[in-house]
Design a protein around this ligand. Structure first.
Ligand code: OAD
Length: 228
């Protein structure tokens, strides 16, 4: 793996998907404890289902932007030498044409069965407690990794980050670990590191180079530099 690109909510901001920690973010009006923890789900599953059902439906109203498209073009050029690791639960990388994408925090377009662990592709609502297609029980939850839960594919990501020559973070605040720690891991493994973000992140100081601006401009520029 030569290039690893870590993306966060900022890459989807110009598509109209709200980020988490900017002023119009999803935390506004919704306490994170209520909608993004297993305890919140246990307390009020209806609220949590309504929240993620609305976000899943909202995917139909947004489109990939030039940043997603540039990463898909980069995959066309680099093939297996590129891995996109996203913290986003939207499907905009895939809709732009990327295939080599790891959703470490899960996907809105999947459900997860709390009993059998199946992760079926899911485009409908979950509020009405549909049966799990694998085991038949009404125990589906959003396939989103909540606070206190372990992200997906950590071993694969770890290997990619420690083995890459170039690590690039796009539109992520560096507030949530383990993703926020990947720049230091990449750097200590000998990779060059580049941050593309609207403003400084909590981990900007760990990058060899920081470029500031909107992802829809910075990512296509950087991809053009890399592959011409
Ligand atoms: P945040 O909302 O924390 O950060 C968004 C980042 O994107 C900020 O650093 C902004 O400066 C930047 N940004 C905003 N608009 C941008 C633009 N147009 N171009 C470039 N950058 C822009 O989102 P994440 O870092 O993704 O976890 O948050 C990490 C995790 O926190 C999320 O995956 C989520 C949340 O808890 C889970 O759901 C498990």
């Amino acid at each position: 793996m030569r290039v690893v690109v870590l993306t966060g909510a900022g890459i989807s901001a110009e598509s109209g998907v709200a980020t988490f920690r900017d002023s119009d973010g999803l935390w506004e009006g919704h306490d994170v404890e209520d909608v993004a923890t297993p305890e919140g789900f246990a307390r009020d599953p209806e609220l949590v289902h309504r929240f993620y059902d609305a976000r899943r439906r909202g995917l139909a109203l947004v489109e990939p932007n030039p940043a997603h498209q540039a990463l898909a073009a980069l995959e066309d050029a680099l093939g297996e030498d590129l891995l996109v690791v996203t913290q986003n639960v939207d499907d905009l990388h895939e809709r732009a044409g990327s295939h080599r994408v790891v959703h470490m925090h899960g996907e809105l377009r999947r459900a997860r069965c709390e009993v059998c662990g199946a992760r079926p592709v899911w485009d409908a609502d979950l509020l009405d407690a549909p049966p799990c297609p694998a085991c038949g029980r009404a125990t589906l939850r959003p396939d989103v990794v909540w606070f206190g839960e372990v992200p997906y594919e950590l071993g694969l990501i770890d290997r990619a980050v420690t083995g890459c020559a170039l690590f690039v973070a796009v539109g992520t605040s560096g507030a949530v670990y383990p993703a926020a720690g990947y720049v230091a891991l990449a750097a200590s493994s000998g990779a060059r590191t580049l941050e593309l973000n609207l403003g400084p992140s909590a981990v900007s100081r760990y990058f060899d180079e920081v470029r500031t601006g909107p992802a829809a401009q910075l990512v296509p520029q950087w991809v053009a530099e890399l592959v011409g």
